[in-house]
Design a protein around this ligand. Structure first.
Ligand code: ADP
Length: 694
């Protein structure tokens, strides 16, 4: 990785970039303040003024507030603390970008003079008695929830309901049970690359995706991105793709073009009757989409959100039935129906148990599992609702019966049993789920169906996630103009009101779910600050306890000049973070694929990840790998503990400070990797072709 000619470091870039941009900010601030243009136009003067006067009156109209976070950056008329005082409060040395020691105060001296809000916030912050240490913070709060698959409150509630339901019914006796062979996982050393059957020339296919999520109109996590990206890739390759999803009230309608009613008279069987539905058609960034809107008092999709209701299983069972009824009534006979996660896992069941007897024999089904943790466990009521009569048939161990609770049905298991092919989202996770106890109870089912099971690593949509075109970032760049990335870093700091200094920005973007490694995320915040970095977090959780925990953390670190915690879902901000950060952290307990590290690499942002699932398949450690240097893209750690995390994050921060040229090369390596849908698209086409001939 050694270079003959020195590459410009970030420091050099910033000296080039800072003046013009800051000049603009200063001019605006001064204009707002009413006739202080002369001062504002002269950066040296302003800076000198701040440092020597010791006190700064902020312009009257600069009561800027971070609206999304509620963070107050009010500066109007506030006399901020003198710099000299700030320096006294923060004496500890930390490594500077050149390897020299510097203090927070000296870093603050380099703040752009015109960035009034950031500066005053920092000085105020530095004047406080001190921010909590991690130990102090942890001592004041209950522990974070741990990821116990059997202890999910929602599923527990569902199971309770099932028990109640069955207490009035003749229960399944031991005699009815099929003998189940004890499950003994085979020892498997390392995952092998998947080799799907090769098909040199695949004719154009008609593919229907039935999905609960689609980016960007209905997005909770990576599933939404995957359906959009895969559909685009399939169309680029000359296939016809249609997508069916619920017409949620919370759809991003601003991303749907030409929405119109296309089928007004769809009656979907439900509990011995039928629910009237309207089907709408619209384009989502060029993809053809059908949105199903049921009209019933259940209000299935008018809940203000996508998931999180007690009747989620029923809502999506209805959607799956409605999607199949729509295909049948409208005379569509796709070659492939591709469904996703437990929400649409009943689609292959309906196809083979109902619709093929109604002359729908052509379609084949592919079922993709994005996360084994959520399986859609429910009771016999489901069978009544969906007209899958014959409970004794469906409660058979070989069909829908949950592997652990003989009184429960498991939708994800149904999808595995009934589909023609089952994929999960990386080869490593496919192996972990089948052989290493990550299948949340479905290990034995995966073993039984192993011949139609495999892992295809996800891609990302290279048009949507493109630092050269991204409409949410102010400065476009590519691997050849990587210096321009740092304008985004400045913009990010301006947006989040964190200090403009030469520290690396470490970011976390994702659901605040125990799966994502919440304790390690918390530790990473304090560790990064201690090692002379900045930390930015963007995330949210439907779990109130977790949200409160991070709100509390945010509250305590709100005024820290080097930290910003943003609770919520914000697509636009996520793009700016990917472009502006130096590192993205993914310390998951388990991770089926993970898109954040793939997006980060696309934006030249170095992933720091745990060696697990798709993270292990996609990130190659800079220092510890047998891959050639140009293949190395980030930092990897194995053990799920503070020391493990520090071993990777510490190396990344050290490299940033001590070997900036190496860090720059690593950024370029990451940007050159191809994690588009090109390769996974071909894998899926091979799978489609394989099953349609069966
Ligand atoms: P998962 O599917 O487990 O949620 P992935 O890493 O596969 O995780 O995908 C997460 C996707 O959701 C990425 O596109 C990420 O940028 C996005 N995302 C997650 N949380 C947020 C958030 N709070 N705001 C914006 N985007 C988010």
């Amino acid at each position: 990785m050694a270079r003959k000619t020195p590459v410009p470091t970030e420091k050099a870039d910033k000296s080039k970039l800072a003046s013009p941009a800051n000049g603009k900010i200063r001019a605006k601030a001064a204009k707002d303040s009413g006739g202080r243009e002369a001062d504002a136009a002269e950066p040296a003067q302003s800076k000198q003024g701040i440092q020597s006067q010791g006190e700064v009156m902020a312009p009257a109209d600069t009561q800027l507030k971070d609206a999304t976070s509620g963070k107050s950056a009010q500066t109007s008329g506030v006399t901020v603390a003198p710099v000299a005082h700030a320096a006294a409060m923060v004496p500890e040395p930390m490594p500077g970008p050149s390897g020299k020691s510097e203090t927070k105060a000296s870093a603050m001296h380099r703040l752009p003079a015109g960035d009034v809000d950031t500066r005053s916030r920092n000085l105020e912050a530095a004047a406080k008695p001190g921010f909590p240490t991690e130990a102090e913070f942890v001592a004041n709060l209950p522990p974070l929830p741990v990821d116990e698959p059997q202890d999910e409150s929602h599923e527990a509630a569902v199971l309770q309901a099932i028990e109640a339901e069955f207490s009035n019914l003749p229960s399944v006796t031991e005699a009815d049970w099929e003998p189940v062979a004890a499950f003994e996982p085979e020892a498997v050393s390392a995952p092998q690359p998947e080799h799907f059957p090769q098909a040199p020339a695949i004719p154009s296919l008609f593919i229907v995706q039935i999905t609960p999520e689609l980016a960007p109109v209905a997005k909770v996590g990576g599933l939404a991105d995957v359906v959009f990206g895969l559909s685009s890739e399939m169309e680029i390759r000359g296939n016809q793709v249609e997508i069916i999803l619920p017409k949620y009230d919370c759809l991003r309608y601003d991303h749907i073009w030409g929405l119109c009613e296309t089928y007004g008279d769809l009656w979907v069987p439900w509990y011995g009757g039928a629910i009237h539905c309207t089907v709408f058609f619209g384009f989502v960034h060029g993809r053809k989409c059908f949105f199903i809107e049921p009209h019933s008092t259940d209000n299935f999709f008018n809940r203000g959100g996508i998931y999180g209701c007690n009747d989620d299983v029923m809502r999506f069972a209805f959607f799956s039935r409605a999607a199949m009824e729509f295909l049948w009534k409208s005379g569509k006979h796709p070659d492939i129906i591709h469904c996703h996660d437990w929400q649409t896992a009943l689609v292959p069941v309906f196809l083979y148990e109902i619709y093929q007897h109604l002359d729908m024999r052509h379609p084949r089904t592919c079922f993709t599992i994005h996360n084994f943790k959520h399986q859609g466990v429910t009771g016999a009521q489901l069978l009544n609702a969906t007209a899958l009569h014959r409970p004794e048939y469906y409660f058979h161990y070989d069909r829908l019966r949950d592997n652990h609770n003989p009184h429960a049905l498991n939708l994800m298991k149904a999808g595995v049993v009934y589909s023609n092919f089952v994929t999960t989202v990386s080869p490593r996770y496919a192996m972990e789920a089948k052989d290493q106890g990550q299948g949340f109870g479905l290990e034995s089912t995966l073993h039984i169906h192993h011949q139609k099971y495999g892992g295809v690593v996800n891609g990302i949509d290279y048009e949507f996630w493109n630092p050269g075109l991204d409409r949410y970032i102010p400065s476009h760049y590519s691997v050849n103009t990587i210096d321009d990335k740092y304008r985004n870093k400045q913009a990010l700091r301006g947006r989040l009101l964190i200090a403009d200094n030469e520290k690396p920005i470490v970011a976390f973007i994702g659901r605040l779910d125990p799966q994502k490694g919440l304790e390690l995320i918390r530790h990473a915040i304090f560790y990064t600050l201690q090692r002379g970095g900045q930390f930015v977090l963007l995330g949210s959780s439907p779990d109130g306890q977790i949200n409160n925990y991070f709100w509390s953390l945010k509250h305590q670190l709100n005024d820290h000049p080097d930290c910003h915690i943003e609770i919520g879902f914000n697509e636009e901000l996520s793009h700016l973070i990917y472009a502006g950060a130096d590192m993205v952290l993914v310390p998951s307990r388990f991770e089926p694929c993970g898109l954040t590290q793939l997006i980060a690499m696309r934006y030249g942002t170095i992933p720091v990840v745990r060696e697990i699932g798709g993270l292990a398949d996609t990130v190659v450690d800079k220092d510890f790998s047998d891959q050639p240097l140009p293949e190395r893209t980030g930092y990897v750690f194995r053990d799920y503990d503070d020391k493990g995390l520090e071993s990777a994050l510490g190396r990344a921060i050290s490299c940033y400070y001590e070997y900036p040229e190496h860090f720059r090369e690593l950024m370029k390596n990451a940007m050159r990797r191809d994690y588009s849908w090109k390769n996974p698209g071909q894998d899926y086409l091979n799978i489609y072709d394989h099953i349609r001939n069966k």
